[in-house]
Ligand binder design. Structure first.
Ligand SMILES: Cc1cc2nc3c(=O)[nH]c(=O)nc-3n(C[C@H](O)[C@H](O)[C@H](O)COP(=O)(O)OP(=O)(O)OC[C@H]3O[C@@H](n4cnc5c(N)ncnc54)[C@H](O)[C@@H]3O)c2cc1C
Length: 370
């Protein structure tokens, strides 16, 4: 609780920072936010893999600055494969500097033909002497162009599909690795494409064993999906606060909006959905903190439900605010633009539903009503 209180108070101070007006400003601001997050030691819960604290951190950050939340999330995504499967030297060189804010991480899995279907990864890593040569293009990569290193998923055996995927850590300045260009989102978020063209890396840049990249990647997402749900809860909670403030203070037809039962019904549904989302998120994080090896279903439920609920809550907040809610300068309008991507990245809602149903169907002997 103390962590949540101090993180929340600190995150509120981020509101004083200017909102980046274009992609270049967003990239500069992301680097500044990383430095501050590191200096204030808010990235420590990632290092200790304290998932409830990570969820509290993302809730607090996302409520006040979706960009700061994205910076936090990417340090986790880029570092966790190394913390969990990397060598002590890789942890020293890459993960620890990232988690003290001295170095920016990125996670490069998606390709133009390999979005939801990660097994279609076509970037290759070919054995060559004492190392590997990487070739291929990665798309929709957060922090592309500003990261100091990329945690990359490439195939060492295309025919083996999932079982041929291997994880590597590649410093951004490695010859043969090029930032292709930015992909501009409707909310501030540094995104872009990177190209590997005869990019030579040493054996010691391989994270874990050959062919284990798929399970390293999915194991990482397993842990982090609940935190995406937490970010969604943070955005929803802020939107609900803004809607409540408006419902109390805005008068129409001689009364505050909050006196109208149609508005009350919206507020009640928003609060109930947020509470249900939080329960799923912190249940998944609690299971992970308790040492559960896989929290695939819990995390999938948390991410799918919380992100879908947050979208509805933020949309209802815009409606309660009326015209003020679609002004670009209003925090609820910024949340409206920021919340949408959460239903897509780290596995879409549909993919989470396939994961949940797949598990239910496997467990036919156990009653679903337990
Ligand atoms: C803001 C943002 C940041 C991102 N950051 C990163 C990053 O840092 N690193 C990274 O590697 N990737 C990143 N991504 C990529 C993200 O993980 C992918 O966009 C996501 O996995 C979906 O892939 P896709 O966009 O190719 O959509 P597709 O896979 O083409 O899916 C399109 C639609 O089809 C549906 N669909 C697909 N397959 C099925 C199926 N079997 N059954 C039912 N429906 C299906 C999907 O649910 C979706 O609605 C980011 C994306 C965004 C938007």
């Amino acid at each position: 609780m103390e962590f949540a209180r101090s993180m929340g108070a600190w995150a509120a101070s981020l509101q004083r920072r200017p909102t980046p007006q274009d992609d270049a400003a967003c990239r500069t601001e992301a680097r500044v936010l990383l430095e501050i997050l590191g200096k204030e030691r808010w990235l420590d819960p990632i290092k200790s893999q304290d998932w409830r604290a990570c969820c509290l951190a993302r809730e607090a950050l996302a409520a006040m600055s979706p960009l700061a939340d994205a910076v936090f999330a990417l340090q986790a995504l880029g570092s966790l494969p190394i913390l969990r499967a990397g060598s002590p030297r890789q942890r020293e060189l890459f993960a620890l500097p990232a988690l003290s804010g001295r170095s920016m991480a990125a996670f490069a899995m998606t390709e133009r033909q390999a979005g939801s279907d990660v097994s279609a990864i076509a970037t290759t890593a070919t054995r060559d002497g004492e190392g590997y040569v990487l070739d291929g293009l990665k798309t929709y990569i957060s922090n592309a162009g500003i990261a100091d290193f990329y945690t990359v998923f490439a195939s060492t055996d295309l025919g083996a599909r999932n079982k041929g995927v291997t994880c590597f850590v590649v410093p951004a300045h490695t010859p043969g690795l090029r930032f292709v260009g930015p992909q501009i989102l409707s909310a501030p978020h540094p995104l872009g494409e990177i190209q590997f063209d005869g990019c030579r890396v040493a054996m010691e840049n391989r994270v874990g064993e050959e062919g284990k990249g798929f399970s390293i990647g999915l194991g990482t997402l397993d842990r982090l999906r609940a935190t995406v749900g937490a970010a969604a809860c943070g955005m929803a909670a802020r939107a609900l606060d803004e809607a409540l403030r408006h419902a109390r203070s805005r008068h129409q037809f001689g009364k505050p909006l909050g006196d109208f039962q149609i508005v009350q019904e919206k507020l009640a549904r928003m609060a109930t959905e947020l509470t249900a989302a939080r329960l799923l998120v912190y249940r998944a994080a609690w299971e992970a903190d308790g040492g559960a090896e896989r929290v695939t279903v819990e995390a999938a439920m948390a991410k799918a439900h919380a992100t879908e609920a947050a979208q509805r809550i933020v949309d209802d907040a815009v409606q309660i605010l009326g015209g003020a809610g679609v002004m670009a300068s209003h925090p609820v309008d910024r949340l409206y633009r920021a919340v949408r991507a959460l239903r897509i990245y780290e596995g879409t809602t549909e993919i989470q539903h396939l994961v949940i149903a797949g598990q239910l169907l496997k467990e036919e002997a156990k009653p679903a009503t337990r």
